[in-house]
Design a binder for this molecule. Structure first.
Ligand SMILES: Nc1ncnc2c1ncn2[C@@H]1O[C@H](COP(=O)(O)OP(=O)(O)OP(=O)(O)O)[C@@H](O)[C@H]1O
Ligand SMILES: [Mg+2]
Length: 242
């Protein structure tokens, strides 16, 4: 499974989602080896993931250039490996392929849109678009849909994930209802990621939110997201909200 996490809008939870989805897949035995690729020069994903082997730092650029790269194992998380960020990325990319041994690949992209984004969206099985359920979130989503039309990309590969969600807010409930009506559960994923300080805390500790706060709502939500994307039924246990 090849997943590209994309939204032209910045700060919507792309990197957070790539990181925690990867851990959730491995933790539930839904993937044996998830390779994460950090294609954002900000290198936030690389900063979040401690790698024991800190040699080369431009694995992601070499992967895009078609080299036979070995992703760096993530320390303390068997089954996770990382292609680290580089300041300069080839644009557009040549033929892309999964690194040897990976059964899932999750690509974290920079905000914005480029020829590289187009190539990645063509290559992906799914384009996962995290967004905040507010006016600017909707505006970003509209731009993404326009780009998909402009570049003749398959709209049915898009999956929308509401992040930083607060069900108490009328605005968030309204936006969720509007999107559900327009896209249905096939595209608006039937799980949302709660707004939680546990997420930012976990990034600071170099851990997934599943390891940092396993009983939190957002940990359960990322586990559910992994099961949805892997095509298995969502888990239905109720946990306390941290
Ligand atoms: N569900 C959440 N609850 C609370 N904070 C969150 C949540 N998701 C992400 N954040 C925080 O929001 C900030 C932006 O998240 P993140 O870096 O994942 O977004 P991004 O879309 O990758 O940003 P960029 O476009 O700059 O790459 C981070 O500080 C992160 O810890
Ligand atoms: Mg990011």
């Amino acid at each position: 499974m090849r997943i590209v996490v994309q939204n032209q809008k910045g700060g919507v939870g792309k990197t957070t989602t790539a990181r925690n989805l990867a851990s959730a897949l491995v933790q539930q035995g839904l993937a044996a080896c998830v390779v994460l690729a950090d294609l954002d020069p900000q290198a936030h994903l690389s900063a979040m993931l401690p790698c024991a082997d800190a040699s080369a730092g431009d694995d992601a650029a070499r992967w895009l250039a078609g080299a036979d790269v070995r992703a760096a194992p993530v320390a303390g998380e068997t089954g996770l490996a990382l292609l680290r960020a580089a300041a300069d990325l080839p644009d557009p990319a040549p033929a892309l392929s999964m690194p040897a041994g990976a059964d899932w690949m999750i690509v974290d992209t920079a905000p914005g849109w480029s020829e590289l984004t187009v190539a990645l969206c063509r290559w992906a099985d799914l384009v996962l678009c995290p967004l905040e359920p507010d006016f600017l979130g909707l505006s970003g989503l509209a731009r993404l849909l326009e780009r998909f039309t402009q570049y003749d990309l398959p709209h049915d590969r898009l999956r929308f994930l509401l992040c930083r969600h607060s069900p108490r807010l009328n605005l968030h409930r309204d936006v969720q209802a509007r999107l559900a009506e327009r896209f249905g559960e096939s595209q608006l994923l039937p799980v949302t990621i709660s707004n939680s300080v546990r997420i930012s805390e976990s990034a600071g500790f170099g851990r997934s939110v599943l390891a940092h706060a396993p009983d939190s709502a957002c940990a359960l939500e990322y586990l559910t997201l992994a099961r949805l994307l892997a095509g298995t039924p969502p888990i239905s246990t109720k946990r306390s909200v941290a």
